[in-house]
Design a protein around this ligand. Structure first.
Ligand code: MF3
Ligand code: CO
Length: 296
């Protein structure tokens, strides 16, 4: 028999697919029956290839240790007068000194080790010696790490010097939006619950949410299925099956949601109206009773 995700159904006494070494009937058989039933009901059920095994989660945690360490290092050193090129150098050096590689470097031609997105830059800003941080700037530093083949990805905002109350509120509210997204995560719930919580809060504060970019599955690749939108309806989208690993990384704009992708460098994304934008990113894995935060 072929199952919902195109795999051949295992026999009760076969070894389970999850790598536990246990018999299927003593391991994931019931779990798989639940997935199959949901798929039969027309739910969007992740293929089991996306669900991370215990060993894979361990590998991702080792990768995330470095990723969190890089961002902690940046947090300690960032400030007025620092160039985004300098941040890139910190990220590269810290990462390779910890037996890992920065995932952005050479990723689809990206020229640097980290994305640094300043003020009206929504995402994918390229570090440069010409960009020197000054008082009043807000910046997203987005770090991604490969260690032993496992990927981690998270980003944080930094307020440089004296930032306007409006900018600071945007930064804090965007962090709060991620927390609300996390609070909406329920195993066997839906991916759309997260974006619904985030979008509702963002709108309540008069902001808009970027549509073209969002979170993503991650773990064995930098970007896996599913795409994680933050303009969704509750109860829609992929079922949050334990083992599913993805990022929550809304980009929230002070003004309109439209973006400008016309930069000749092919990467830098800006708000169309030129107003400020903010983003925080965390990486999680769904567990039997909730989720585990892997990178932040
Ligand atoms: N770190 C980004 C994300 O959160 C991806 C950056 S792709 C790069 O998905 F090539 F610009 F690094
Ligand atoms: Co990401």
């Amino acid at each position: 028999m072929i199952t919902y995700d195109g795999e051949i159904e295992l026999g009760r006494n076969d070894e389970c697919w999850c790598g536990s070494g246990k018999k299927y009937k003593k391991c994931h058989m019931e779990f798989d029956e639940r997935l199959q039933a949901l798929a039969d009901q027309g739910e969007d059920v992740p293929p089991r290839a996306l669900l991370k095994t215990a060993e894979e989660i361990k590998g991702v945690k080792r990768s995330a240790e470095v990723n969190v360490g890089v961002l902690d290092f940046v947090a300690e050193h960032i400030g007025e007068g620092v160039s985004t090129e300098q941040i890139d150098q910190w990220v590269y050096d810290y990462t390779v000194e910890h037996d890992a590689l920065p995932a952005p470097l050479d990723y689809e031609g990206f020229p640097k080790s980290v994305c640094t997105s300043l003020n009206e830059v929504v995402c994918h800003g390229i570090p440069s010696s010409d960009d020197i941080l000054k008082s009043g700037d807000i910046i997203n530093v987005d770090c991604s790490t490969i260690r032993d083949g496992y990927f981690s990805d998270s980003s944080r905002m930094f307020c440089i010097g004296d930032v306007s109350p409006e900018a600071r509120k945007l930064v804090e509210d965007t962090k709060h939006a991620v927390e609300l997204g996390l609070a909406a995560v329920k195993p066997w719930g839906h991916l759309g619950d997260i974006g619904a919580a985030i979008h509702e809060f963002a709108r309540s504060q008069g902001y808009s949410v970027v549509r073209e970019f969002g979170g993503h599955g991650i773990g064995l690749e930098f970007h896996e299925e599913p795409f994680v939108s933050f303009v969704t309806r509750a109860g829609t989208g992929m079922v949050l099956v334990p083992g599913l690993m993805f990022t929550i990384e809304p980009m929230i704009n002070l003004g309109k949601y439209r973006i400008d992708m016309s930069d000749p460098n092919g990467w830098t994304v800006r708000t169309k109206d030129g107003r400020l934008t903010a983003q925080w990113e965390v990486q999680i894995v769904i567990t039997e009773d909730g989720y585990e935060l892997l990178s932040w």
